[in-house]
Design a protein around this ligand. Structure first.
Ligand code: RP5
Length: 162
């Protein structure tokens, strides 16, 4: 199975990204977790992205806050799908990160999830890998069934309460 790269602009993004790492582990997806900054270590970003496909990666997940250019820079150097996680900021609540990440120019897409949407980034990566992995596709189907059963149980409880 191809690996997922979980790349953070700073180690200060780690707590937000823990649900992404946990979800990938739950699905048994191999990953590498890195701290690489589009601005502070741009050469490392270029190095990782430009060799990602030949190094066995299938999807790159990039988390960054503020002037969040990491996902876009990685996308510039690879033809693999890049998923961006805009990190919530103290000054603008993550709107700065979201707009920096989502407003990509034509030709260089970044699949941007919600602000702090680490878990969804992992699920989206699993869905991409499941295109060529039947076991992952089955696990995703079970995951959705479990989720639906959980909501149905809550619905029943609420109906009984009122
Ligand atoms: C971004 O700036 C990082 O992704 C992080 O969200 C934010 C703050 O980084 P630090 O100053 O905490 O390293 O590059």
């Amino acid at each position: 199975m191809r690996k997922v790269a979980v790349i953070m602009g700073s180690d200060s993004d780690l707590d937000t990204m823990r649900p992404c790492i946990s979800r990938l582990k739950e699905f048994g997806v191999p990953m590498e977790v890195r701290v690489i900054s589009a601005h502070r270590t741009p050469t490392a970003a270029e190095e990782l992205a430009s060799h990602a496909r030949e190094n066995g990666f299938g999807v790159l997940i990039a988390a960054a806050g503020k002037a969040a250019h990491l996902a876009g820079v990685l996308a510039a150097y690879t033809t693999l799908p890049v998923i961006g996680v805009p990190i919530k900021t103290s000054m603008m609540g993550g709107l700065d990160s979201l707009l920096s990440m989502v407003q990509m120019p034509k030709g260089i897409p970044v699949a941007t999830v919600a602000v702090d949407g680490a878990d969804n980034a992992a699920l989206l990566a699993v869905q991409m890998l499941s295109l060529s992995d039947h076991t992952l596709a089955e696990k995703l189907a079970w995951f959705k069934q479990d989720m639906a059963a959980g909501v149905a149980a809550k619905d029943k409880k609420i109906q009984e309460a009122f």
